[in-house]
Design a protein around this ligand. Structure first.
Ligand SMILES: CC(C)(COP(=O)(O)OP(=O)(O)OC[C@H]1O[C@@H](n2cnc3c(N)ncnc32)[C@H](O)[C@@H]1OP(=O)(O)O)[C@@H](O)C(=O)NCCC(=O)NCCS
Length: 168
């Protein structure tokens, strides 16, 4: 599928917040969180859709000294017709590569079979579970995809438990 992917702008925040409301029942990113992502030097916030419209978005976080990027959030509008999730996932991987990362990690709710299917079909391998990770107590399944197997990744991420993508 073809989709225009571009860096998010401040003018996208209303549409991003509206999409977040449709896409997630809990642990939604707030407007303030989107604003922080927009201005952060250690984040990529990318949207699908021509200027003024948002059919989907993805957010990737980077950490100094780590060659692992974190796919922080990904959502598409139900009206997008399917397939956009895969496009955005690959855009996240390109963004991570462009920052010199060699792997992408993510976490996903254990009760989200659609997202799990998307990740597994696109080469993400399970690396563990965080029990009771989300606001409602749901477990997080953790996945990783190696982008460049020939290079080592920094080790220190293994010891850190990230905060869920939640908010104010
Ligand atoms: C998860 C999400 C990004 C996937 O986007 P998408 O554009 O629908 O993704 P795709 O169409 O590329 O792939 C989804 C796949 O899951 C399959 N699928 C749909 N419902 C499913 C279900 N209940 N169980 C298993 N697989 C399912 C689809 O058939 C499709 O597979 P196919 O390509 O082999 O037909 C999107 O559904 C979404 O935004 N959901 C709400 C937010 C969310 O959960 N984000 C992920 C947070 S980790």
């Amino acid at each position: 599928m073809s989709a225009e992917i571009r860096p998010a702008q401040t003018s996208d925040i209303d549409a991003l917040a509206a999409l977040e409301k449709i896409a997630f029942k809990t642990d939604r990113l707030s407007r303030a969180s989107f604003r922080r992502l927009l201005s952060s030097p250690t984040a990529s916030l990318l949207v699908a859709g021509a200027h003024g419209s948002v059919a989907g978005y993805c957010a990737v976080l980077y950490r100094a000294g780590s060659a692992r990027a974190r796919l922080y959030s990904l959502a598409v509008s139900p009206a997008s017709g399917g397939g956009l999730g895969r496009v955005l996932l690959s855009v996240c991987e390109d963004a991570a590569r462009a920052r010199g990362c060699r792997a992408v990690r993510l976490e996903v709710r254990q009760d989200n079979p659609r997202a799990i299917a998307l990740y597994e079909r696109n080469g993400y391998r399970p690396i563990g579970t965080w029990l009771g990770y989300y606001a409602d107590g749901m477990n997080a399944l953790r996945y990783e995809k190696t982008l460049d197997a020939s290079l080592p990744t920094a080790k220190r991420d293994d010891e850190l438990r990230w905060e869920p993508p939640r908010r104010e």
